[in-house]
Design a protein around this ligand. Sequence first.
Ligand SMILES: [Fe+2]
Length: 241
Amino acid sequence: MKKELNQMNKYGYIILKTKKMFLLKKVRQEYLRIAKKNGIKNSLEGLNRAKESQLNKLHIGFNRESKNCNFNLINSFSKEICKILGKKIFIQRQPYLRAKKHNLKSTATIPHNDYDFGHSHLGFNLWVPLYDVVNNAGIYIFDLNTSKKIYSRFRFNCHLREHIKKIKFEKKKRYLNLKFGEAVLFSNLCIHGASMTPGKFNRVSSNIHLQSFKVPINEKSTELFTIAQLNKNSFYKKIAI
Ligand SMILES: [Fe+2]
């Protein structure tokens, strides 16, 4: 069996390393272009002076008008993605951006899984930092088995964060200090989130949902996804509207 698939089945997530850095650099250029348009300059440090309203505009702007970032993101890791999802996939039309300023409370994301937000239980999220992540300023993740254990005892009578604390599973989360050029592909059933970090560490990442064409979609449908197929050069190309 394929190594990537084995690892995905075992842990519910896999760390990937690109061999096509030029594609990720194009994504970062798009971020910088749209950031500049919203008055934010100079990569990570520029976020220190950004207002919350500017960050919101940047997030929306990237989601609406970034060019080719969806395909540049997945084609950076297309060989590995193909081994896990196959040649024909559903791919999110426009990726999300998260530009996080260290001293904003909204930098933290409470633990959740993406299935609870209407994504397929057989789908995945590709999370890609656009700058190196240091000092646990990125996302954390619980592997698939641990996530299942957490949910098996969850009665939805408190927030998941409190439940994780109650059953003393907090230490089982793993922080992913990924470098620019790396990514994590994780199951929609894996619990993940981001803490507020004490240091002055900003973070910029993009993420995109995808799944095999063969497995059922959930509430998220063709409004969110289009269809793509791998060509002979190992690049996914759009084959639907
Ligand atoms: Fe999420």
